[in-house]
Design a protein around this ligand. Sequence first.
Ligand code: ZN
Length: 154
Amino acid sequence: MAIRTIIKEGDPNLRKICRPVEKFDQRLWDLLDDLKDTLHYITGLGLASPQVNVLRRAVIVEYEDMYYELVNPVLLHSEGECLDNEGCLSVGDCRGIVKRPQKIEIEYFDRFGEKHNLKAEGYFARVILHEMDHLDGILFIDKMVRRIDTRRGR
Ligand code: ZN
């Protein structure tokens, strides 16, 4: 296990469509373990594989007591909408207000290739959708309705 380098906005690999995971093997497990180590090291709520320069459809989300490894996630259903603020480990000193659905249902595979469904709402749903956007080369700054400058804060 290892801490990997997070690539930053401006790197073209953050803008690519990631390819599905096809093999649920040691290589995937190492990637997921490294994503977790990296997320713990820098403290965040989620991390997507392309952020560590691996263009595969895998993300991790750690929110309150929940930890999920989402491989090849697909949005099945969404409803409602809400505004809240987001930041990104690949986007420096900027947070922004982004509109997202209030409730979602997704389908995904775990690290062993088993398929699951997951329902999420509120900020948990937001984190999942933020990470899933990374798999399609989308950053929250593309969607934000207002920028929040945090350079003077924290
Ligand atoms: Zn992000």
